[in-house]
Ligand binder design. Sequence first.
Ligand SMILES: Nc1nc2c(c(=O)[nH]1)N[C@H]1C(S)=C(S)[C@@H](COP(=O)(O)O)O[C@H]1N2
Ligand SMILES: [Mo]
Length: 320
Amino acid sequence: MLIKKPNRILPSEITDEAVYKERRRFLGMAALGTATLTAGGLMLPALNALAKPVERKSFPDLKKGPFGTDEELNSFEEITTYNNFYEFGFGKSDPARYAHMLTTHPWSVSIEGEAEITGRFNLEDILKPHTLEERIYRLRCVEAWSMVIPWVGFSLADLIKRFKPTSKAKFVEFTTLYNPEEMPGQKSGILEWPYVEGLRMDEAMHPLTLLAVGLYGKEMPNQNGAPLRLVVPWKYGFKSIKSVVKIRFTETQPQTTWNLSAPGEYGFYANVNPNVDHPRWSQGRERRIGDFLKRNTETFNGYADEVAHLYSGMDLKKHF
Ligand SMILES: Nc1nc2c(c(=O)[nH]1)N[C@H]1C(S)=C(S)[C@@H](COP(=O)(O)O)O[C@H]1N2
Ligand SMILES: [Mo]
């Protein structure tokens, strides 16, 4: 994501020096927990020494879910080292370096708002009734890159039905954990924290909309949004909120993080649309990570047959 406010970070427009300074500042913050004070001053541990390899549980006997693509998958390496997760820094490799700081067990999710059943539930209880499957989806970032990712998860619709939303529930709001000690990016003012996203109820109930708990057959790497994240494959990647701790049913459209940050650039709908450019760059083409040449971006990221009906009669230039 790229931010416009001149006092914030603007990867496409700022000088190398400003990037360097802001990154130094972030490294300082991230390292605080493990830095040691020596005669020479504050010593920062070597970057890679921070990241310990973690054992990830495999999910056995995963069935392939619907809506698959036969496009070539991006590698595990690509999917886990080129990320957007500003809670761990705004460089693409920062999440792979720092996301191990996040404690993902135990984890609970609070279900709130316009529903018959609400409360705070352990993640295990949230997941228990659901059958996990593998769903291979394209993910198209608003910055004009994309990947093909084999997620493990289940349809959000199946979860929503269990909590019986009332007739007033018109939208669903999702919130990421707020814990600046473990998510040092939250100590920076680059965005308002915690990260919040939202969907219209019919979008949330669409069978393509996935709650993901893993990828490549194993538990979710922290940098990809462990232990629970949303994946909405026909929308720009920023809708696919990571490390979710709250799901709230609302009557009115939720305020969402990127829309609050730059309303002229990031809309609530954020449907992938090659015909509606970002004010500062074209959305007509994209680079699949690993490819040399760019390819054309498809309307609704290639999922138009499944989702175009949700927006019939809407002016998608206005509701971008
Ligand atoms: N909490 C949170 N969720 C987030 C983000 C973030 O910064 N914080 N970045 C979003 C953006 S811009 C993208 S493109 C995707 C990237 O997902 P990936 O790193 O698994 O490819 O996560 C989205 N979810
Ligand atoms: Mo993104």
